[in-house]
Design a protein around this ligand. Structure first.
Ligand SMILES: Nc1nc2c(c(=O)[nH]1)N[C@H]1C(S)=C(S)[C@@H](COP(=O)(O)O)O[C@H]1N2
Ligand SMILES: [Mo]
Length: 326
């Protein structure tokens, strides 16, 4: 059973020519705050660290522990999307372009040991183990996720502000952007053998966006460790931007001077820009962005400016013509 009819969404990849598209499928088949201010959005519920022992460093998670969130809704009153839906309907092109198949293909992916190399224009470049990252402190963050394809979910992540990590490495005055890279391991990620894209998956943020308190690195979901299909062991979440900015299984974070070119910018520059802020007033070249399908609901609902985080993030874009930056 599909939580959403495929005909109702417009996949990001449909621009690809059929032959390259089929190549991708064949490859798959062949391999089995800085903000000190109180925030209303992407709420850290009284910033309580999660008490789930499965997230403690070095402790093997018990699969029997039921997924649990500390709240039932986001700060706008939207019900959380069900765990099985969040973990069963995922975009992860390294494994499959079919959302319902990703889970199956990710099961043998090795997420431990894991390291994230943080460097570039910083005073203190360092490589962090996952355990060291978990020790930076974990809290629940309920965020709206709006995919550029026109669907959305409400997701109770567990994670920590990216700013906390960047403070450790101290970006220099020359650093203006942050560049993120997913693991490159074609032996484990069959999609990376497809030449449809320039792997590894790369994303970028302006430094002030990266330092915003709403920008988190997520290590968990519903009080449990992140599932592989959702980007384990660590992925970015930028809730006011289209979902493709929220890069999965991150291994490298660099502070840089120039605007990074993301995988989507490189593959389809007319369709995906650097900013990718959720904006109901600016349509994708091939479809409207005015409304969205909340997975699990009937019908569509209006898409909110900056995905409902306008109060928190609009100041980042003062003086910019937002219709120019898709
Ligand atoms: N490495 C990597 N990160 C990725 C993707 C991907 O294919 N590969 N898909 C993106 C897209 S298009 C979306 S909508 C979100 C989906 O996150 P979710 O599957 O956890 O809901 O992840 C983003 N991060
Ligand atoms: Mo997406």
């Amino acid at each position: 059973m599909h939580p959403i009819h495929r005909s109702e969404i417009t996949p990001e990849h449909v621009y690809l020519n059929r032959r390259r598209f089929m190549f991708g499928i064949g490859a798959l088949a062949a391999s089995a705050l800085v903000a000190g201010a109180a925030l209303s959005g992407c709420r850290p519920p009284e910033a309580t660290p999660t008490t789930d022992p499965t997230l403690a460093p070095g402790v093997t998670p018990s699969p029997s522990l039921a997924p649990q969130a500390q709240t039932d809704t986001d700060e706008l009153g939207n019900s959380l999307t069900e765990y099985d839906v969040i973990t069963g309907y995922t975009n992860y092109y390294e494994f499959s372009i079919i959302k319902e198949d990703v889970t199956r293909y990710t099961q043998d992916f090795r997420t431990s040991p894991w390291q994230v190399q943080v460097g570039g224009l910083v005073e203190q470049p360092a490589t962090f183990t996952l355990e060291e990252l978990l020790a930076l402190g974990q809290e629940e963050r309920v965020c709206r996720m709006r995919c550029v394809e026109g669907w959305s979910m409400i997701i109770p992540w567990v994670g920590f502000p990216l700013a906390r990590l960047l403070e450790r490495v101290q970006p220099t005055a020359e650093a203006k952007y942050v560049r993120f890279e997913t693991l490159y391991a074609p032996d484990q990620m069959p999609g990376q053998s497809s030449r449809s894209f320039d792997w590894p998956y790369v994303e970028g943020l302006r430094l002030d966006e990266a330092l915003h308190d709403l920008t988190i690195l997520a290590t968990g979901l519903y009080g449990k460790p992140l599932t592989k299909q959702n980007g384990a062991p660590i992925r970015l979440v930028v809730p006011w931007k289209y979902g493709f900015k929220s890069i999965k299984s991150v291994v490298k974070i660099d502070c840089v001077a120039e605007m990074p070119v993301s995988l989507w910018m490189a593959s389809s520059p007319n369709e995906y820009g650097f900013y990718a802020n959720v904006n109901p007033n600016v349509d994708h070249p091939r479809w409207s962005q005015a409304t969205e399908r909340r997975i699990g609901e009937i019908g569509r609902r209006p898409t909110l400016m900056f995905n409902g985080y306008e109060e928190e993030v609009a100041a980042l874009y003062e003086g910019m013509d937002l219709t120019e930056y898709y």
